[in-house]
Design a protein around this ligand. Structure first.
Ligand SMILES: NC(=O)c1ccc[n+]([C@@H]2O[C@H](COP(=O)([O-])OP(=O)(O)OC[C@H]3O[C@@H](n4cnc5c(N)ncnc54)[C@H](OP(=O)(O)O)[C@@H]3O)[C@@H](O)[C@H]2O)c1
Length: 311
């Protein structure tokens, strides 16, 4: 896989692997299969969080499993490792106060068995903590070498911009990566999102990122398996003709629809108004994962991209 520039000299694969369910609903054996296959295919960009997956366990499982895998495979120096802070873990841990950031980075480093993470995200905004406090605390981690670059996830665009304005004014490290929900299908506007923080990236958000040259790491980009099976499609996405068109083009190109959705995202930067999009996906089944990863190398002509955009 040809690598792309992420930030601060970091080069990553065009598609990232999500470890959210590893160690909870995805067994250790299945997680290792997917991790090994991703690395064998030339992948290097792995995503976790300090709270994955607390709804199915304690919230330590994903980082602990990754730490073990990195140690056993001796591949820490070949991985661009991203983790996050700021969300709840069974009623504790939510927030981006200085002491929370300082506490959770050390917890993450301990569990991951490493002395630094390459990308540290604010997992979601914390409106009750001054932005200065958050950005100063993150900057201190960069200065100490515990973190190489910063990202913001589940932020409103204006709050993300405000955080970076504060960072720039105070000569602190800004967010240079955004992680947000995004996929090929449009969200239904007549269904209130379950949580306000995880709205699907809007066209306006994409234009903002393009203008600032900030890559979008796109989560839930496979619509939870909905490209393959109607019954898996989340209720807040519109399937309809756009989904039918994607499935038909995928059939013609001899790939599965999820792989074509991945290819569309990987190539979107070629179109006006779109940033670099890095699809972030996962699977409990290595054969699904490898089918979907084929999208990274799939060639799309300008005409095909245009047709997909207009469908
Ligand atoms: N920043 C945030 O707030 C946030 C939120 C959510 C997720 N994330 C990150 O994004 C990563 C991926 O997110 P996600 O799990 O929400 O979404 P996703 O990648 O859109 O969906 C994964 C689901 O798709 C299914 N799937 C994939 N290929 C399939 C196929 N060929 N046939 C049938 N089903 C298929 C998988 O089922 P199988 O296991 O059966 O293959 C799995 O249940 C996470 O691991 C995490 O790192 C971040």
């Amino acid at each position: 896989m040809k690598k792309i520039q992420l930030s601060n000299g970091l080069c990553v694969a065009p598609a990232a692997l999500g470890a959210m369910n590893f160690g909870t609903t995805t067994s250790k054996e299945d997680a290792y299969r997917v991790l090994d296959a991703y690395m064998d295919m030339g992948g290097n960009f792995i995503d976790t969080s300090n709270n994955y997956a607390h709804w199915a366990g304690t919230g330590d499982e994903s980082e602990l499993l990754l730490g073990e895998w990195l140690r056993e495979r001796r591949c820490r120096d070949r991985v661009v490792l991203a983790t996050k802070v700021g969300f709840d873990r069974h009623g504790r841990g939510a927030g981006l106060k200085k002491e929370q950031i300082e506490y959770w980075i050390d917890e993450s480093l301990r569990k991951l068995g490493t002395d630094h993470v390459d990308l540290y995200y604010a997992h979601t905004d914390d409106m009750s903590t001054p932005i200065e406090e958050t950005m100063e605390a993150f900057h201190a981690l960069v200065k100490k070498g515990k973190v190489r670059c910063l990202g913001g996830s589940n932020y409103d665009t204006w709050r993300f911009a405000e955080a970076n304005t504060v960072a720039n004014m105070k000569e602190l490290t800004p967010y240079t990566v955004m992680q947000q929900k995004f996929t090929y299908l449009y969200p239904r506007s007549d269904v209130a999102p379950k949580y306000t923080f995880n709205e699907t990236a809007s066209r306006e958000r994409l234009r903002f990122l393009r203008d600032k040259s900030i890559p979008l790491v796109a989560y839930s980009c496979l619509a939870k398996g909905g490209y393959e099976k109607d019954e898996r499609l989340p209720a807040d996405l519109i399937g309809g003709e756009r989904l039918a068109f994607l499935r038909e083009m995928a059939r013609e190109k001899g790939v599965n629809p999820s792989a074509l959705a991945v290819a569309w995202m990987v190539n979107l930067y070629r179109c006006e108004g779109f940033p670099r999009v890095i699809p972030l996906f996962s699977s409990s089944r290595v054969e699904h994962f490898l089918d979907n990863l084929r999208g990274v190398e799939l060639e799309l002509t300008d005409a095909e991209l245009e047709l997909l955009n207009r469908a």
